[in-house]
Design a protein around this ligand. Structure first.
Ligand SMILES: Cc1cc2nc3c(=O)[nH]c(=O)nc-3n(C[C@H](O)[C@H](O)[C@H](O)COP(=O)(O)OP(=O)(O)OC[C@H]3O[C@@H](n4cnc5c(N)ncnc54)[C@H](O)[C@@H]3O)c2cc1C
Ligand code: SF4
Length: 500
């Protein structure tokens, strides 16, 4: 029989991190991953392969709230979405852990506070080689960054000075990059965010966690293996096995401890698919909240364009503006965050309006400076993941807090115009942008209003933990990855102390 001490399903920010942490125990661990390793190949850095042919994207289609198919922006492979992330690795702000009034309602409190997670943020930053520096007005008191900030390229340094002259407080973006400037390290190229790193110099879960875990004799990885169902014992209080389709064949694997980390959408879907007599509406769903409160951030890409100024910056993603994170200009409500982005490639821009020739886009983007504007969306029980009768994932999502986001976009436009850009372009993937999915199995102290407890253990099932982004009770407005990793380290400590 296939039997292990722990089964970890998924290898992204949550699963990869907890696998690395638990690999140092003597537990026999099976890691199950539906995708394969992303090959190191020329296409890693080819905009055509990545943006036109979608070479590394999940092939599956999901349904939107009106039942129309769409291609989710997500990746299945070792490392999960971290393989393609921009590696902007932020801590949540202290206030994000508390209830906060927003234009559209309340962002609820977390069951833990910043100080509880701070030591695990320290560890996660070391594990993911985070580079940063002081200067962010919203940054909580913290230990120094393990590595110094990536310096701004000359044009970005000039922009930072101009932003300061506008009375703003730009700060370095915290970035997870390995061995910058060293022989086998990061070369600060222009194909980082949304691309896999051909040099394996990006801090992501495959390189920083899964591969090191596999060097231990107690860890086994099954790739191309999709968990389709979790089985409980007759009491319904414990999971005892997972059904896995491995290379086309169904295999049942048993373990006294199962850790789910398939990403916020797929973990909820797996629990819903695992309904049985004792859990008729899905495993761990006595609250009715499995799949509910889906969030994904409100995100708009912006580009300041000046026809007479060529932008020679290669690595552009180094600047953050958090002045409006806790309150906006002319409003006491939080608006969100502004970050400089990686350079847009002509092919990426062409996906928006395909009939415009590539040379025109190349000419355009070579004169642009790119930004990402991100705001918090709020949990709403009717924004949820369901699985239909044909076993397809459906995402019912109506974005909220849009007025706050519009204000931030308008303010960013004003800032960019003051920097001298003639035109400011905006683009949003809207409700089909699933890159920052979270919230579908939220953690809390009350089993009636949460699915997981504060250590991410299912309230209803004593030996089931979930460590991907589903545990978020609110989405905050910074990138989620470091918080997922920090909580995974916290849960690993808890499991080691109480279960092993
Ligand atoms: C282009 C892009 C840029 C991003 N940039 C940033 C950034 O700069 N900073 C940041 O913090 N965040 C960023 N993110 C978001 C970040 O990547 C995610 O928040 C994070 O990876 C989520 O971690 P997770 O563990 O919840 O899920 P994932 O990383 O998605 O991992 C889930 C894993 O589970 C596997 N899986 C799914 N279903 C099954 C199944 N049934 N059986 C077996 N395996 C399964 C998947 O293949 C995957 O490996 C970005 C995301 C994208 C796509
Ligand atoms: S070399 Fe550096 S900047 Fe380029 S993809 Fe790799 S980690 Fe990102």
């Amino acid at each position: 029989m296939n039997r292990y001490d722990i089964i970890i399903i998924g290898t992204g920010a949550g699963g990869g991190t907890i696998a690395q942490a638990l690999s140092q125990t003597s537990a026999r661990i099976l890691i199950v991953e539906r995708g394969d390793f992303v090959p190191q190949e020329e296409e890693n850095w080819e905009p055509e392969a990545v943006w036109k042919h979608l070479r590394y994207r999940a092939r599956e289609k999901w349904l939107d709230d009106r039942g129309r198919e769409f291609a989710p922006y997500t990746h299945y492979g070792v490392g999960g979405n971290t393989k393609f992330w921009g590696s902007v690795l932020y801590r949540l702000r202290r206030e994000d852990f508390q209830a906060m009034e927003h234009l559209d309602g309340v962002s609820p409190a977390w069951p833990i506070d910043y100080d509880t997670l701070a030591p695990y943020y320290d560890r996660a930053e070391r594990l993911y080689h985070v580079r940063g520096a002081d200067g962010d007005p919203t940054e909580p008191a913290r230990a120094p960054y393990p590595y110094g900030a990536v310096p701004h390229a000359p044009e970005m340094a000039a922009i930072v000075e101009q932003l300061r002259a506008q009375g703003l407080h730009p700060s370095p973006l915290p970035l997870g990059l390995l061995r910058v400037g060293e022989d086998d390290g990061c070369i600060l190229c222009n194909t980082c965010n949304s691309f896999a790193c051909k040099l394996h110099a990006k801090s992501e879960a495959d390189v920083c966690c899964v591969r090191p875990a596999l060097s231990r004799p107690n860890v086994t990885l099954w790739t191309n293996s999709t968990a389709t169902r979790l089985m409980t014992d007759p009491s319904g209080h414990r999971v005892e096995a997972a059904d896995i389709i491995r290379n086309g064949e169904m295999v049942r694997v048993h373990a006294p401890l199962i850790i789910l980390s398939c990403g916020a959408v797929n973990s909820a879907a797996l629990l819903l698919r695992s309904a049985n007599d004792k859990h008729p509406t899905g495993l761990a769903n006595s609250s009715g909240l499995v799949g509910a409160r889906y969030m994904a951030h409100l995100a708009t890409m912006m580009q300041g364009f000046h026809p007479l100024r060529k932008n020679s910056t290669v690595f552009q993603k180094t600047v953050a503006i958090n002045d409006f994170y806790l309150r906006g200009p002319k409003t006491s409500y939080p608006l969100g965050q502004i970050q400089s982005q990686g350079r847009t490639h002509g092919v990426m821009a062409q996906t928006v309006v395909p009939w415009i020739p590539l040379w025109a886009y190349e000419a355009w983007v070579s004169r642009g400076v790119d930004w990402l504007v991100m705001s918090e969306d709020l949990p709403d029980a009717s924004n949820r993941v369901t699985v239909d009768a044909q076993d397809r994932i459906q995402l019912h999502y109506r974005p909220n807090n849009l007025a706050a986001h519009r204000r931030l976009v308008a303010e960013t436009k004003r800032i960019l115009r003051r920097l001298g850009f003639w035109i400011v372009m905006t683009h949003s993937h809207g409700s089909t942008n699933t890159t920052h999915q979270c919230g579908t199995l939220c953690f809390g102290t009350d089993p009636r209003s949460s699915v997981l407890d504060p250590y991410c253990r299912a309230h209803d099932i004593e030996n089931l933990f979930v460590v991907d982004a589903s545990f978020f009770p609110s989405s905050a407005a910074v990138n989620p990855g470091l918080t997922i990793a920090a909580q995974a380290l916290r849960v690993a400590d808890y499991i080691r102390d109480t279960e092993l």
